[in-house]
Design a binder for this molecule. Structure first.
Ligand code: PRP
Length: 180
């Protein structure tokens, strides 16, 4: 049913799982003995976070934030609004933000600066998708699974007015869906 609104499957479920496995192995190596806090930026990061952590074989903790930037449209407003913060003091802790996508970069740029000000031991970013053509501020992820073109994508956590997050793949939304 949802598939009829998708112009093209950009990244399949199998490709996402394979990328999460590879990244999980890398994070196991990089964070062994560091007991990092993986901070999921809700809501888009949920499916990727859930898949990724299954492939990390060392101690980690989880926390979540709610930060808004898109406000229901198809492009970033740039306004960062922290609606839910992490539950713990991050001073001296290794922080790894988990994102579904970096587009303008404003969300992560703000969050990284905020956590450095809180004296985190390190602040890094792992993202499922990177859309470099959308970038308005200078920020790069430390771990990127897929680099994508400047298309409006949904699925695997990514939404259009809160819908399509439950698609098991990342797809390009048909223009008629968001222009009607
Ligand atoms: C999306 C995405 C990132 C942010 C990236 O979240 O999950 O957090 O936008 O965009 P940027 O690089 O242009 O700042 P959104 O605010 O849409 O919330 P959601 O995760 O609940 O969909």
């Amino acid at each position: 049913m949802l598939e009829k609104d998708i112009k093209k499957v950009l990244i399949s479920h199998d490709e996402i799982v394979a990328a999460a496995k590879k990244l999980g192995a890398q994070l196991t190596e990089d964070y062994h003995g560091k007991n990092p806090i993986l901070v999921g930026v809700l809501k888009g990061s949920v499916p990727f976070m859930a898949e990724l952590i299954k492939h990390i074989d060392t101690h980690i903790e989880l926390d979540f934030m709610i930060v808004s930037s898109y406000h229901g449209g198809t492009s970033s407003s740039g306004v960062i609004n922290v609606k839910k913060d992490v539950d713990q003091d991050v001073a001296g802790r290794h922080i790894l933000f988990i994102e579904d996508i970096i587009d303008t970069g404003k969300t992560l740029k703000n969050l990284c600066e905020m956590f450095k000000d809180r004296n985190a031991a390190s602040v890094k970013i792992a993202t499922l998708l990177d859309k470099p053509e959308g970038r308005l501020v200078e920020i790069e992820a430390d771990y990127t699974c897929f680099t994508i073109p400047n298309e409006f994508v949904v699925g695997y956590g990514l939404d259009y007015v809160e819908n399509y997050r439950n698609l098991p793949y990342v797809g390009i939304l048909k223009e008629e869906v968001y222009t009607k």
